[in-house]
Design a protein around this ligand. Structure first.
Ligand SMILES: Cc1cc2nc3c(=O)[nH]c(=O)nc-3n(C[C@H](O)[C@H](O)[C@H](O)COP(=O)(O)OP(=O)(O)OC[C@H]3O[C@@H](n4cnc5c(N)ncnc54)[C@H](O)[C@@H]3O)c2cc1C
Ligand code: SF4
Length: 336
């Protein structure tokens, strides 16, 4: 029986593994965390349908539980990957017939953008932390109490030359709209402002959600970038921005600031590319063999990609790439 190693147990890796198992191929998932699931384990309700993330995760895990030909190695980090061998950080070597890299992305570290006060002032949080608060049903201010005015800032660590992250993270505009709606449902009298550079609502149902946010939830959208955040004597935050539609500077007091942190390429991609002869894009994401006819293949025969390892993607796209990568592997193994 053929054996494929899938590195990364996020949605892309899980989907790829379950498709390979269906094709009667033995699979080992190598996951560096203590359990599989990837980033979606931390999310609350998913755009665009508001489906609970744990429902999607449970359905994907269910597809994997019934298989005897599956080995899951958690707490194991892959350091070097070739078509026939994966080396773990422990030095252990695992043999296989092909490999799929589904190691996803890293969240941008908001402390790098000091001007937003993350890690310095209370009540400046990231979108990932807000997801966790939603999951714990405990959205609150550090000093206690409910936020009455909330600002959500787009493009934190994306489309930003200063922090060497030129790419658009693609999912944060819609995440900002989704989180604004969730906040309004939780705190109907609160004012929620989204500060954006451009609203990039590219997916099905996204534009409709954006409209609904304005018409049904009275969420405010301001075209402009916050330049500075400072604390006030009464535990609030003062933000300075420019409304780029009216050309006017703007000052506003808020109780909470949510930073929509971007999807950054894993730092490890650089060594992976060097040690395994894989091609890297200037953004730091891995370069697929061909954008049209080989977007789940790498430049190395027998090494495939799935999910956000090659670019920011939503969950649907990542799952679809898991399926496509499995198909690519099967075709490649048949040809050999
Ligand atoms: C704040 C936020 C909210 C989002 N909300 C939504 C939403 O509502 N709807 C939606 O469609 N999309 C959403 N997304 C996008 C979604 O998170 C991604 O599409 C999805 O996580 C990509 O899955 P993946 O499997 O490619 O990568 P990941 O989820 O990043 O999984 C990769 C896995 O690989 C593991 N790994 C990494 N390196 C190694 C290594 N060297 N060895 C072994 N294992 C390794 C990681 O531990 C991880 O488990 C959101 C993104 C953000 C930032
Ligand atoms: S999706 Fe929106 S918030 Fe995210 S980087 Fe692109 S423009 Fe900015």
């Amino acid at each position: 029986m053929k054996h494929v190693i899938v590195i990364g147990g996020g949605v892309a890796g899980m989907q790829c593994a379950s498709e390979l198992l269906r094709q009667n191929i033995a699979v080992t998932i190598v996951e560096k965390q203590q359990c599989i699931g990837g980033k979606i384990r931390n999310w609350h309700k998913l755009f665009p349908s508001f489906t609970p993330a744990d429902e999607v995760l449970a359905a994907m895990q269910q597809k994997l539980t019934t298989h005897n030909n599956l080995t899951i190695r958690t707490g194991c980090e892959a350091t070097c990957i070739t078509p026939q061998k994966v080396t773990l950080s422990s030095g252990e070597e695992l043999r296989c017939d092909a490999t799929v890299i589904a190691t996803g992305f890293t969240l941008f570290d908001a402390t790098v953008k000091e001007e937003y006060g993350y890690g310095i002032y209370d009540n400046v949080i990231t979108s990932a932390e807000l997801e966790q608060m939603f999951n714990e049903k405990n959205v609150h201010l550090k000093q206690g109490g409910e936020p009455k005015r909330i600002a959500i800032l787009h493009c934190v660590g994306s489309r930003d030359e200063k922090v060497c992250q030129r790419h658009c993270s693609k999912v944060c505009c819609v995440t900002g709209v989704k989180q604004a709606i969730e906040l309004k449902k939780m705190f109907p009298t609160a004012d929620v402002f989204n500060f954006y550079m451009d609203m990039r609502m590219f997916g099905p149902g996204y534009e409709e959600m954006y409209r609904e946010a304005q018409t049904s939830h009275n969420i405010h959208f301001v075209r402009g970038r916050i330049s500075e955040v400072s604390p006030t004597f009464n535990n609030r935050l003062q933000i300075k921005a420019e409304d780029t539609l009216t050309g006017r500077p703007l000052k506003m007091g808020v109780d909470m600031l949510v930073l929509l942190v971007g999807m950054k390429a894993n730092a490890h991609n650089t060594t992976l590319a060097k040690d395994c002869n894989l091609t890297l894009q200037p953004s730091g994401f891995m370069q697929p063999k061909d954008s049209f006819l080989g977007n789940v293949a790498s430049n190395v025969e027998g090494v495939f990609y799935a999910g956000a390892i090659t670019a920011p993607k939503n969950i649907g796209e990542s799952i679809n790439e898991g399926t496509a990568a499995a198909r690519g592997v099967v075709e490649w193994l048949e040809k050999r």
